[in-house]
Write a protein that binds this ligand. Structure first.
Ligand SMILES: Cc1ncc(C[n+]2csc(CCOP(=O)(O)OP(=O)(O)O)c2C)c(N)n1
Ligand code: SF4
Length: 311
């Protein structure tokens, strides 16, 4: 059983649970994050996956990349299925003393922020023991880059284009972490594949709890964000270094920034390298840029204040 802190690459070498040969785009951030999460996970493991890029690219029938039992559920009910599996395994282990299993449910931002949020809320409220991971590429990528509740203000998608009527998405990103935290779950955290050790240790910590836990991981998407496939990790790192994607955890209500960024890079550094957002650097879009910056700064300041309360 994998427990304790991951300290070096050597420790996790060879613990891969996805096979090579999946059909995701070269440089898909979601696949990198999922690979890391599975490498760190305790076993035996069952994976539940909502409809998404992760689903269609990992299981082109009759092939699969998953080296663990894997269930595909509809877009809206990954958390419900994970709950059912957990409840059934509980009964089986009570009756027959079977081995404990770990369950991870994966959903994209569309499947989590929007369509699956009801199922997720229900599962968190009922207290099932499983880890829900939302990999967030900030749009509905699998069906052609439509905006989701996770798409940031000003981002160009096929349903929030940049033009004369609107300049990208007109609303700010929904704060999913705070919605999850409001369910009083024992553990919720954000993560990034650029900070793999931080991510892996969050997986292990989440799985140490006897209850529902949640990880929100950024998943740069080469198609939807429009960047070179070799820049995925650079993109994820820039998100962290500009404070766009704060790395923090909420453990039994206690907030902690797990990767302080005392000298952040300007947000422009993150925006200018991706076509979905680089129009915000044009002088005529300065007001939108300021609103986005204010959102990022306010959230960071709030996290700092909350973390200071528990220091
Ligand atoms: C109820 C429902 N609505 C719409 C669809 C079509 N659909 C399949 S995948 C998808 C987008 C998924 O977006 P997201 O969850 O963000 O994952 P991504 O594709 O970005 O990885 C949509 C709209 C569906 N399968 N079911
Ligand atoms: S469209 Fe984006 S999320 Fe989907 S497989 Fe390609 S890079 Fe990954």
């Amino acid at each position: 059983m994998l427990v304790g802190e991951v300290k070096s690459l050597k420790e996790i070498y060879g613990s891969d649970l996805i096979a090579p040969g999946h059909r995701a785009c070269a440089g898909c951030g979601a696949l990198v994050a999922v690979r890391q999460i599975l490498m760190a996970s305790r076993r035996p493991l069952i994976v539940v996956s909502a409809t998404s890029c992760l689903e269609v690219t990992s299981t082109p029938y009759p092939q699969t990349m998953w080296k663990v039992p894997w269930v595909h559920l509809l877009f809206e009910n990954a958390a419900t299925a994970a709950s059912g599996i957990e409840a059934a395994l509980k009964v089986l282990s009570k009756k027959y003393g079977r081995q404990e299993h770990y369950i991870i449910a994966f959903g994209g931002d569309g499947g989590t922020f929007d369509i699956g949020i009801q199922a997720l809320s229900g599962a968190l409220e009922r207290g099932h023991r499983f880890l829900y991971v939302c990999y967030d590429n900030e749009a509905y990528m699998n069906t052609g880059i439509q905006r989701s509740g996770a798409t940031p203000l000003g981002a160009a998608t096929t349903t929030s284009p940049v033009g004369a009527k609107i300049v990208g998405k007109t609303q700010q990103k929904k704060d999913l972490m705070e919605i999850v935290v409001a369910h009083r779950v024992p553990y919720a955290a954000t993560a990034s594949p650029s900070h793999w050790k931080d991510l892996m240790n969050k997986v292990r910590k989440a799985q140490s709890y006897d209850g529902p836990t949640f990880i929100h991981v950024i998943a740069p998407c080469t198609r939807g964000w429009y960047f070179d496939p070799s820049d995925t990790i650079k993109m994820a790192r820039l998100a962290v270094e500009t404070r766009y994607w704060p790395l923090y955890e909420v453990e039994n209500g206690r907030y902690r920034i797990t990767h302080p960024v005392p000298n952040p890079k300007p947000l422009e550094e993150f925006l200018k390298v991706q076509k979905r957002l680089n129009h915000l650097l044009l002088p005529e879009n300065a007001e939108i840029l300021e609103r986005l910056k204010a959102y990022v700064n306010k959230r960071w300041e709030r996290l700092e204040r909350l973390s200071a309360c528990f220091a």
